[in-house]
Design a binder for this molecule. Structure first.
Ligand code: KG4
Ligand code: ZN
Length: 335
C-alpha cells in the first residue's frame, strides 16, 4: 500500500510517499524559515500563501522521486490539526481533493500523533508499550503509548511549549528565527553554572510542565547584560538550556518510575536538541532503559511522518467523508 502524506500545519510544506513494502519512496520538504525570518516569527497569512505556492511542485517532485504516476497511490493523508488554520486548510483541501480525483481513501492526521509515530520509520524502534515525550513549537506532552492510537496523557505544559520557550528566549537574546537551534548553538559556547534558572514544577509531584516563568527569569538577567558581552550571553543561553532539558529529563524519569516502562520515545522539533539527548540518555542509563528518536530531519516537521501515520489509519480501514475540516486546536485523543 502506498500512501501520500501532506504536511502544512505551520511553516514547512512537506510531501512524502510511504510504501508498506519498501518504506519511504520519497520525501520532499520546503522550509519557510527564510520567509518568516524578517518578522521574527511565523506570519500566518504568509505561511498559507507560501503553502499554496509550493504544494503542487512538491507533489510533482514527490511522485517523480518515487517513480510513480498518480494512479500508483492507494491513499492520501493530510495534517488536519493542530496548527495554523489557513495553513492546515491548504494541505487538507489539496489532500482531500486529490483522494477524490484519484478515487482512493483520504485520512485526516493529527500532527502530534504523527510526530510520535515517526519513530516507526526507523529500523531501531521500541516495542509497545513505551513512553513518549513530544516537544515541539506548540506542544509539550508526556504520554503512555500502549499501541498506535492508544494514548494516555501523563502530563503536559500548562502554558508555553518547550520549543516556544526556546524561540522566545532566543528572541530575548537577540537571535534570529527559528530560535531553538540558534539558542542551542549559543549555549554550546556557554559555561555551566554561571547563571542558574529554576526547574519549574519539579519540586512538587506530577508530570505537568510550565515554561513561561523561565522566559521571564531569562528576561530579567538578559536586561542586565552589558552590550557586546558575548560570553555572558552564551552563559545565559547555557543556563536556560540546562534548566529546560533538566526539567524535561526529571519528568521523564518520574514517568518511568510511575509506570514501570523504561522505553522512551522523544519526538518533535526540540528532540533534535543535542543537550536534551545527552540528559535523556543519562536518565535512561539510570533506569536501565533506552531512548529512541526519529532521525533528526523527522524530529522537525515533515511529510514522511504524515504519510506513515496515514498508512496506519488507512490500513486499519479509516477513511474520511468527502467534506473535510481542519482543527487549529485538537486533542490527541478525540480523533
Ligand atoms: O516539531 P516542530 O518542527 O514544529 C512544531 O510542530 O511546532 O518544532 C519546532 C520547534 C521550534 O520551536 C524550534 O525552535 C524547535 O522546535 N527546535 C529546537 C531545535 N530544533 C528545533 N529547539 C532546540 N534545539 C534544537 N536543536
Ligand atoms: Zn511539528
Amino acid at each position: 500500500m502506498r500512501i501520500l502524506g501532506i504536511e502544512t500545519s505551520c511553516d514547512e510544506t512537506g510531501i512524502a510517499i510511504y510504501d508498506s513494502e519498501n518504506g519511504l519512496l520519497s520525501n520532499q520538504l520546503h522550509s519557510q524559515a527564510r520567509l518568516h525570518q524578517a518578522y521574527g516569527g511565523v506570519v500566518p497569512e504568509l505561511a498559507s500563501r507560501d503553502h499554496i505556492r509550493r504544494i503542487a511542485p512538491l507533489l510533482e517532485a514527490a511522485l517523480q522521486e518515487a517513480g510513480l504516476e498518480p494512479g500508483g497511490i492507494d491513499g492520501v493523508a493530510y495534517t488536519a490539526g493542530p496548527g495554523l488554520i489557513g495553513a492546515l486548510l491548504v494541505g487538507a483541501g489539496v489532500g482531500r481533493s486529490l483522494a477524490y480525483a484519484w478515487g482512493v481513501p483520504a485520512v485526516a492526521v493529527h500532527h502530534m500523533e504523527a510526530h510520535l509515530l515517526a519513530v516507526n520509520l526507523e529500523a531501531d524502534r521500541p516495542d509497545y508499550p513505551f513512553l513518549a515525550l513530544l516537544v515541539s513549537g506548540g506542544h509539550t506532552q508526556l504520554l503512555e503509548v500502549t499501541a498506535a492510537g492508544d494514548y494516555t496523557m501523563l502530563g503536559e505544559s500548562l502554558d508555553d511549549a518547550a520549543g516556544e520557550a526556546f524561540d522566545k528566549t532566543a528572541k530575548l537574546l537577540g537571535l534570529g528565527y527559528p530560535g531553538g537551534p540558534l539558542l542551542s548553538a549559543l549555549a554550546e559556547r556557554g559555561r555551566a553554572g554561571k547563571y542558574t534558572f529554576p526547574r519549574p514544577m519539579t519540586d512538587r509531584p506530577g508530570l505537568d510542565f510550565s515554561f513561561s516563568g523561565l522566559k521571564t527569569a531569562v528576561a530579567l538577567v538578559a536586561g542586565e547584560l552589558e552590550e557586546g558581552d558575548e560570553q555572558a550571553r552564551a552563559d545565559v543561553a547555557r543556563a536556560f538550556v540546562d534548566a529546560v532539558v533538566d526539567t524535561l529529563a526529571i519528568k521523564c524519569g518520574r514517568a518511568v518510575k510511575q509506570t514501570g516502562i523504561n522505553r522512551l520515545v522523544a519526538a518533535g522539533g526540540v528532540s533534535a536538541n543535542r543537550q536534551l539527548r545527552e540528559k535523556l540518555k543519562a536518565m535512561a542509563d539510570e533506569t536501565g532503559g533506552r531512548v529512541f528518536y526519529p532521525r533528526p530531519e523527522f524530529c522537525t516537521d515533515n511529510g514522511a511522518m504524515i504519510a506513515y501515520t496515514g498508512y496506519v489509519k488507512i490500513s486499519a480501514g479509516r477513511s474520511e467523508p468527502l467534506e473535510f475540516a481542519a482543527y487549529p486546536r485538537w486533542p490527541i485523543f478525540s480523533r
